[in-house]
Ligand binder design. Sequence first.
Ligand SMILES: *Cc1c(COP(=O)(O)O)cnc(C)c1O
Length: 365
Amino acid sequence: MRFNPTIESLPTYEAGKPIELVVRELGIREEEVIKLASNENPYGPPPKAIEAILANAHKAHLYPDDSMYELKEALAKRFALAPDQLIIGAGSDQILEFAARAILNPETPVLMTKVTFAMYAIYAAQQGAPIIRTSSYRHDFDELYDLVEKHDPAIVHICTPNNPTGDAIDRELLYSFLERVREPLVIVDGAYMEYAAYKDPAKRIDPKELVERFPNTLYLGTFSKAYGLGGMRVGYGIAQPLLIQTLAKVRPPFNVTTLSLAAAIGALEDRSFVQESIRKNFEEMEGYVAFARDKGIDFIESYTNFITYLLPPPYNAAQMAKTLLERGIILRDLTSYGLNALRITIGTREQNRRLLQVLEELWHG
Ligand SMILES: *Cc1c(COP(=O)(O)O)cnc(C)c1O
């Protein structure tokens, strides 16, 4: 067999550990496992999404509507867009993949910040595209601009709020960067935008305003976080129609299932569920902020549904994650990002209480 050498040399991506694996490997009862590793909404799917899934189950033998008319209409209405400014993916991840495939090749660099969503580099590497990173793990627009000038990237990734750090950028700062960067595609990943917009309106980016003012941008949103549908795999991209048409050329037919499309429409209608999830998220985050202050742990102010603890020596994030795993608690260790840090998804009151209790035990002094 002959493989594409670009693909053959890539490492295999490891997603966060699923609950089932901890149950199997450590023999911990499923009810006792706490998974706060993948930034899922801990309050479950929105009730209206569950209703929509059940109401559409009898259509499972038919292919979905490949035009995704209803979900596009619902999103268009929500964001005051035209449906031809939208593309739907199996998670916003899939739209990142479309963009990489439509644009990148070994001659086109991709620019991103030092510590950001891992998939940007993975999709770039699949195309053989060189990856350029800033030296700072915060969004430093001066450095980003210098690197744009120097390397002429085909794609610039902006993740706000940023995963796995949790910080968000001010809209005005982003806009003044975009005033100067008119050529490359700038992907603005708003996977946690609903959280940031609630906490600080200055961080809120309106997709319509973004793509109409800056035709070289692609805004990404997802149903996996605030909308509570990580298991359904639905995300969306918003851009000017020409860019959407180009991305659509690499979209496989029927890429989002009937039940997922129905669930997403249900979730969009369930505003009170989403708002309550976000409100409780920030209320629950206070416990983690208080713990960090009490123990002298450095943390990054978070505009998301997770908080990142930068551990002081002698604490070791990999070791700490392993110890917690043995107690049935799954967190994200950020060692592979070059940070001695743990990313904690904010859970329910009960989950947070148990995790903080274990952390208290593990923290000496
Ligand atoms: C979770 C996440 C996504 C997308 O997740 P999907 O489940 O594929 O929609 C995209 N970007 C960031 C930064 C994320 O954290």
